[in-house]
Design a protein around this ligand. Sequence first.
Ligand code: COA
Length: 294
Amino acid sequence: MFSWFLSRLKIRYATQKDYRHIERLLDNNWAVQARLFRDDIREKLTELITVIAEDRTAMRGLLMVEPIPPFLGLITVVAFHDNTNLTTTLDAMIPAVEDKLKENQIHCLTQVGGDMWFAQELPKHGFTVRERIVIFEWHGLSLPYLRPHPCLHIRSAHIDDLPQLQVLDQLTFSPMWYKPKTTLREALGKAAFFSVGVVEDKIVAYQWSDVYSEQGHITRLATHPDYRGQGIGAIMLHDAMRSLLDLNIKIVGLNTQESNTDSQRLYQKFGFQQVGEPIGVYEKAIINATFSEL
Ligand SMILES: CC(C)(COP(=O)(O)OP(=O)(O)OC[C@H]1O[C@@H](n2cnc3c(N)ncnc32)[C@H](O)[C@@H]1OP(=O)(O)O)[C@@H](O)C(=O)NCCC(=O)NCCS
């Protein structure tokens, strides 16, 4: 079992028995950032890469990373005890995460956004800003009128669409943003709305939208590269927005890359406006490779 001491700090992978101490760390300290609910943290403790730093008196640090093969490990939970030096503790924990990512043939450790205290730490540990994400919101204005597409048919997505959806996803997004098959499968069951645009029996577009606390979220919108510029993206977005409005949703949010001006033009046509500051996407290359080299 992986374990070593740095001065008096011990680094190891978590077991299910650690949950009680982890909960205490999360509850009682200020340097805590979690993308998972508590139930998910408990459930995924050993499924994700969970590294713990501890000394004789207490748990000092926690890092949970979700491996998303083949390209990235996404930091999902990070927490430190108040009386802990973040820089030295992170320095000790990151190699343990890297070892597991290497075992999984994953080349990159990634952090999306995050609190300032953590963002400030990342450059000290070899992370650079890869790109920036912008947030858009729609606040209950009317939807634009769209001309129908002559041969597009929209229907709910189902599990048999999974292979085509995965191909379309990989044709549409850069590797960093691919959704693994498991995530797409889960979304088919859990998303508020998941629909596909079909032309002559071929899935050429899809949208996946969710509802969180009475707010809609366009999680994914994609048109096959050969079918872009025909109004299909707009029709898929309209369909998603219509479904959300039918639930009496008044606010809809989404994220897109700062460099993705095509999607931003489409969203602005619908009345979406950029809100807040762009969010940094930080990456640290592992095994001497970065996404751009893959
Ligand atoms: C963003 C995306 C979904 C847009 O899909 P699309 O099907 O090309 O979207 P549309 O055709 O509705 O709109 C694109 C452009 O085509 C124009 N258009 C609409 N109907 C058209 C037609 N019949 N002929 C030519 N152009 C047309 C639109 O006016 C729009 O032009 P504009 O950008 O200058 O305003 C697509 O580019 C994509 O999949 N991108 C990669 C994934 C992504 O970025 N998703 C969004 C972030 S999650």
